[in-house]
Design a protein around this ligand. Sequence first.
Ligand SMILES: Cc1ncc(COP(=O)(O)O)c(C=O)c1O
Length: 428
Amino acid sequence: MASNKELLAIREAATPRGVGTQTTVFADKAKNAEIWDVEGNRYIDIAAGIAVVNTGHNHPRVVAAVKAQLDRFSHTCFQVVPYDVYVRLAERLNSLAPGDTPKKTMFLTTGAEAVENAIKISRKFTGRSAVIAFGGAFHGRTLMCLALTGKVVPYKAGFGPFPAEVFHVPYRIDYHGVTVEDSLAALENLFKSDVEPSRVAAMIIEPVQGEGGFYQAPAEFLQALRRLCDEHGIVMIADEIQTGFARTGKLFAMEHSGVEPDLMTVAKSLAGGFPLSGVIGKADIMDFTDPGGLGGTYGGPPLSCAAGLAVLEVIEEEKLCDKALAIGESIRAWATETQAEHDCIGDIRITGAMCAIEFVKGGDANSPDADLVKRVAAEALANGVIFLTCGVRGNVIRFLPPLTIEPELLDEALAVLRNAIVAVKSRG
Ligand SMILES: Cc1ncc(COP(=O)(O)O)c(C=O)c1O
């Protein structure tokens, strides 16, 4: 088999730089929370393919479901000849989504497509055009999703112009001095200075910001947004693409607040590593569009829908919500202890197993240390653990292990990360 170096040379010659990769090793095989590269080196995976394999790499139940579906057929196009796994998964998700209002679900393939469709559905339903999103948000890389995204470099810079009628307000981030009141005041101001609420079709929010830095929206914030949306007839969209499917200790992160969104976008861990996304929403809103207005050739592929049904069974049977909470508590204990020794850890954020530590200089929230984060993540990788970074300032290390990770592997990964912090700091 070719070496990492040989494959890297091909990658550099054959694929564009814009599709950046966080590591320069090439995967050969993976099992649960471990990946082996083409040279046989083993890595503990604390990225889970960016929160995709919550059920671990190659969960036997998921693999068996996909193999069984592959023996039946792999593609008919749902809009030509529909199939059982699509409608059964939709039915299941409708019953699991937060709130009592009857739901309907449509499937696509990527998270960005789900967000695009949620906006389309909201515009059709309301007959309005404007959309409100939040600073630091990440909703995907298509042009509408980029318009909604609240981070310029590397996502938006140079790719404009973006679709019009998108407005941003600050997300509540205590650590950076933005309170719930500040955020709500900015919204009220937006309605006075930029767009009248009667022109707003939708408001889209991540219940815990992902790429933005793992900041959680508290229940009172989401409840206040719900009230505002109700008052003005605005469709409330919860983007659960990164937070969904037991990651935060609930099946959906919105459950922490008791708020029922009108629409929810889901993707990533829904199908345990197979491409699948969806919009789950209140039936009257979802049904407003006439046949043909929604869909796509590959929307809801049969292999992925079969995987999705297996993932939901695994989450329930293996009690992955409880496991997410336990993982979060282990990481909290480790991070608190590490912070006591290293003032470069400015903030610790734990929502189930969606955890992050924010690196700053001299304990000062306003002095982000992105360089340290880059070097620490590289050092951890050199010692066999894959960590992802994030944050609008690039100064956050995020923890997204498979929820099925063996506790001793998690401990090993955390020990490597602490050693990496010590090693990098000692080099100055
Ligand atoms: C909250 C959120 N929304 C949307 C997306 C876009 O999903 P995809 O990369 O599958 O298009 C992501 C991806 O990271 C995400 O975290």
